[in-house]
Write a protein that binds this ligand. Structure first.
Ligand code: FE
Ligand code: CA
Length: 507
């Protein structure tokens, strides 16, 4: 039985589709909404709605057991969670070329308000999910934001997402490592769930990346977090391959072969995320970096630190010709920061920004070439540009490192009296690395060797951030264990930053 709300425009669009397409949806053997629904890229008047149809999400070819034909998918957006006051609706086409993903750009919405949405096809309805538009340009009250990174499926359960889904959030950011490219054993690693041999190999082809996203998105806690608020996302290295840089593969693939792999990875990433249709990659290239404005209160700059970076080379870290962002993105970022009228300017950043000496030996720094430490001259250039433009309250939020850190950003890290120019909150992994424990390994040593580092924790979780006109409060949420599905989430540490004073204050 097909159930459609009586929206004239939507019915007209549906009527234009070939009737055999409608008929094909009736042959679906079970719900195609196994991968959930999501929304993304919130603007004051617009949001993207996403789903991907898959009746057998773990079919080995990555195509979800779907017929290889286009299918009509009805979508509705309402002002209420019971879907009675539908204000927008229509029909999108799920095409086999995009693994039956749909990305609907809904326009003409009101700023700063909640909406609920769902999809239907073949007599099946998706769950109802919540989204929220960004506020009007002059608005300056409060934003509740959370971010996540690094969710290696086989390393544990997504309890952190279950906790995130229960929060009242305006927007969620994902800073990369949504999937990992490694092969998964037949018993599903720490999850101990049997998997077919198709999951064993590292992801190289489009089918393999599709299957990995499907496996990830079948997780109920992740589906709940995706259905709870709009997301913005930028991939990091493992979404393609560990520590890649531009066309350089660290495992010795030729640039030509690596770009083929990157194209497959980017395509599957697009198919599985609530990104604007304009983000559909052309081969191995697309523009992920983007800006989200939350009125006069906050602007988020989501940065891409993989596609344009110079090759990894710790010995060349002081070379001013090296780049992390690429010239075009760096100019876009500094220009945007310079023009921003927001009180808080949030740099959503993939890899650790503060200098981190990972050794206790005072005579010898041990820096990670994959982080901004490997691009120290580019980091100095960025912060000189931020100072020159007198950017209001730059706050860096980071993923990638699989540990929680809070640090004060310095003009010069080797001189403790050097002025603090901003703060960085680095969030731990959702699962990657397994349970972990509070201070191991090396937490105390890191804190001692890096005076600007104020907090360290090596558990799994995510970070919440409440942004208000005068203060920004950050809560590090940790999970006691991820190796079982019944972990408990709690706030491990909280910090407050006052506007105009880049100092980490313990709550
Ligand atoms: Fe990671
Ligand atoms: Ca990473």
């Amino acid at each position: 039985m097909l159930m459609y709300a009586a929206s004239t425009a939507g019915l007209a669009a549906f009527a234009q589709l070939p009737s055999e397409a409608e008929a094909r949806t009736r042959s679906l053997q079970g719900t195609p909404f196994t991968l959930g629904v999501a929304s993304g890229d919130p603007r004051p008047d617009s949001v993207v709605l996403w789903t991907r149809l898959a009746v057998e999400p773990l079919a080995d070819d990555g195509l979800g057991g779907m017929p290889r034909t286009p299918l009509p998918v009805r979508w509705e957006l309402a002002e209420d969670d019971s879907m009675r006051k539908v204000v927008r609706s229509g029909t999108a086409t799920a095409r086999p070329e995009l693994a039956h993903a749909v990305h609907v750009e809904v326009e003409g919405l009101l700023p700063g308000r909640e909406y609920w949405y769902r999809f239907s096809t073949g007599g099946y309805e998706s769950p109802v999910a919540r989204t929220k538009t960004a506020p009007a340009p002059g608005w300056a009250t409060e934003v509740a934001f959370a971010w996540a990174s690094c969710q290696r499926w086989e390393d544990g359960f997504y309890t952190a997402y279950r906790d995130m889904a229960a929060q009242d959030l305006d927007v969620i950011g994902h800073l990369g490592d949504y999937i990992y490219e490694y092969g998964i054993g037949a018993t599903g690693g720490r999850r101990n769930i049997p998997l077919s041999p198709a999951h064993n190999a590292p992801t190289m082809t489009l089918s393999q990346y599709r299957l990995r996203y499907a496996l990830t998105n079948t997780d109920p806690d992740l589906r709940a977090a995706r259905a709870a608020a709009p997301w913005f996302l930028v991939p990091d290295d493992h979404d393609v391959e560990d520590n890649w840089a531009a066309d350089q593969s660290p495992t010795g693939m030729t640039p030509e072969n690596f770009l083929r792999r990157r194209a497959a990875a980017f395509r599957a990433y697009f198919e599985n995320q609530p990104l604007r249709p304009s983000t559909l990659p052309a081969g191995p290239d697309t523009t992920y970096y983007t800006r989200l404005r939350y009125g006069r209160l906050a602007t988020f700059f989501a940065m891409d630190e993989r596609q344009y970076r110079s090759p990894l080379d710790i010995n060349a870290r002081l070379d001013p010709n090296r780049t992390m962002l690429g010239a075009e993105q760096e100019e876009w970022l500094l220009d945007g920061l310079g023009r921003s009228h927001s009180t808080w300017n949030i740099l959503a950043n993939q890899v650790q920004m503060f200098q981190l000496d990972r050794l206790t030996d005072p005579g010898l720094q041990q820096l990670n070439p994959d982080t901004w430490d490997g691009y120290a001259a580019a980091r100095d250039r960025l912060w000189a540009g931020i100072a020159e433009r007198r950017v209001s309250n730059p706050v860096v939020v980071t993923g990638d490192a699989h540990v929680n850190c809070a640090a004060e950003l310095k003009v010069g890290y080797d001189d403790p009296s050097s002025p603090t120019v901003g703060v960085e909150f680095m969030g731990t992994s959702i699962t990657t690395g397994g349970n972990g424990s509070d201070m191991t390994p090396g937490g105390a040593e890191w804190l001692a060797a890096n005076p600007h580092l104020k907090f360290f924790n090596n558990q799994r979780g995510y970070v919440r951030c409440h942004i208000a006109a005068d203060t920004l409060r950050t809560d590090y949420v940790v999970v006691d264990r991820v190796t079982a599905p019944d972990g408990t989430a709690s706030v491990r540490r909280s910090f407050v930053v006052e506007s105009g004073r880049p100092v980490l204050q313990e709550v």
